[in-house]
Design a protein around this ligand. Structure first.
Ligand code: FE2
Length: 283
């Protein structure tokens, strides 16, 4: 069993680093940790970085998950290879770029690029963005799935994800107490469907709704409230069509032993209990 502790970072290829920096700082509200000609590392909490844009094709999207130590990393590599997922080991320079001690990369059954990392760095300096969006941290992702049932089995049987709730056959899965860290999203191919940052309060969600609308950032869903996690949310589009989410008030699963996933119907009210309608969040 591969024990994921938390999501660590997202890495996105982009043809336009300047545009990505402008969006990340003046709209999304992240802090530039490091900028080079080829990459932009961004902070959202006390970690050294949680989002990286680099010169590349926007179809290159990678998700990093933290695992406990190097022993667990090598047994994860053995497990993945044994079930037909080839693994590559991160070089020292790739580890330095990611500010981790070690990592391996592989593709999940839908073809998503996943990295398992050991000891991602934290900083003594606190996260301090130029735009106060109220962000408290990078929290979860929507992950494309070409076959949600198959992928639920991968994340829950090969890895330690647990299903918190389902909407139709779509699993919202946790790897720690937070209601979900990975939400599968039916899609024709691999990719990150959305990137979530938690914010401090309902006020932050609504303040951002007005701020982003004024900046002509396309709002694609919300303001609304998920009946599954209880979170109040806002979804909007960033560079290269990537969808970002702010949310607040996500439930935690307090009783791991007795929690049973609830089944929600595949209908709009399962996504928003206030009546907001999701525009299709496809890129
Ligand atoms: Fe979300």
């Amino acid at each position: 069993m591969i024990e994921l502790k938390d999501v660590a970072y997202a890495r996105l290829g982009t043809p336009d680093l300047e545009d990505a920096e402008s969006f990340a700082t003046s709209c999304l509200g992240l802090q530039v940790a490091k900028r080079s000609g080829k990459a932009l590392h961004l902070r959202s909490d006390n970690r050294a970085h949680t989002l990286c844009y680099y010169n590349g094709d926007p179809s290159e999207q990678t998700l990093g998950f933290e695992i406990a130590d190097k022993d667990k990393l090598s047994s994860a590599a053995t497990t993945l290879e044994s079930i037909g997922h080839p693994v590559h080991v991160g070089t020292d320079s790739d580890c330095a770029v990611r500010k981790v001690k070690a990592f391996i990369g592989f593709k999940d059954p839908s073809g998503n690029s996943i990295e398992l990392v050991v000891r991602p760095e934290r900083l003594g300096r606190r996260y301090f963005p130029t735009r106060d969006a109220g962000i408290t941290g990078f929290s979860h992702v929507g992950l494309n799935s070409t076959n949600p049932r198959r992928d639920e089995a991968f994340w829950t049987k090969v890895c330690n994800a647990r299903v918190s709730d389902r909407i139709g056959d779509i699993a919202l899965m946790r790897v720690n107490a937070i209601h979900h860290t990975v939400a599968l999203a039916p899609a024709a191919g691999p990719g990150i469907q959305h990137i979530n940052h938690q914010v401090q309060s309902n006020d932050d969600v609504l303040r951002s709704y007005y701020h982003l609308s004024e900046q002509r950032v396309p709002i694609v869903f919300g303001p609304g409230r998920h009946p599954t996690s209880g979170a109040r949310f806002l979804y909007f589009k960033g560079p290269d069509g990537m969808v970002f989410e702010y949310s607040v008030g996500v439930d935690e699963i307090e009783d791991e032993a007795t929690h049973r996933p609830r089944q929600f119907g595949f209908e709009p009210s399962s996504l928003c209990m206030w009546g907001s309608k999701s525009q299709r969040m496809a890129r």
